[in-house]
Design a protein around this ligand. Structure first.
Ligand SMILES: CC(C)(COP(=O)(O)OP(=O)(O)OC[C@H]1O[C@@H](n2cnc3c(N)ncnc32)[C@H](O)[C@@H]1OP(=O)(O)O)[C@@H](O)C(=O)NCCC(=O)NCCS
Length: 139
């Protein structure tokens, strides 16, 4: 496994991230978001966060692990490491939304202490509900 990568806001997405994004998601989200931090283990796993440092919050935008590297603890490791970095930057509240049918991601988030807040009915273009999760970091 390569060394962990951390891209700061303003960085361009590396091609391997765009490729993983295309393979993992029906609607790839190419351009970096406002104030985005990306953590990854090239070329197998990445997580993208959008941070709002002024209010101490961050949103998990995307997380993906290549098919051949799944169920080896990579997503857990990336989330734990990036949460630790965000905490050190004064971020105390994390948010994300996930498809109701995404049992792998929901299992992961719940195993890592994320709490289900509410459901956004028919949020996705195909009519599927989004689940909104939140996690409070201990400062
Ligand atoms: C969701 C995803 C990122 C998980 O990555 P991963 O590296 O395989 O996950 P890990 O190996 O770190 O798993 C950690 C824990 O998450 C849960 N989990 C992971 N995959 C799971 C699955 N398919 N079914 C149920 N629980 C699962 C388990 O609790 C697991 O712990 P365990 O292996 O000790 O049982 C990966 O399946 C993926 O890339 N999916 C497609 C993209 C996606 O849906 N991203 C999330 C929405 S943004």
């Amino acid at each position: 496994m390569n060394e962990r990568l951390h891209l700061l806001p303003g960085a361009k997405l590396p091609p391997w991230v765009e490729l993983l994004e295309q393979n993992a998601f029906e609607h790839p989200w190419g351009a970096p978001a406002h104030h985005e931090h990306l953590f990854g283990y090239p070329p197998h796993a990445y997580v993208r966060w959008s941070t709002l440092p002024a209010v101490g919050e961050a949103e998990l935008l995307r997380l993906a692990v290549s098919l051949e590297a799944r169920r080896q603890g990579l997503a857990r490791r990336l989330l734990e490491e990036s949460e630790s970095y965000l905490r050190s930057e004064g971020i105390h509240t994390l948010h994300l939304e996930v498809r109701n049918s995404n049992l792998a991601a929901r299992g992961l988030y719940e195993a890592l202490g994320w709490n289900l807040q509410r459901t956004r009915k028919a949020y996705y273009p195909d009519g599927e509900d989004a689940l909104i999760y939140r996690k409070q970091l201990q400062m």
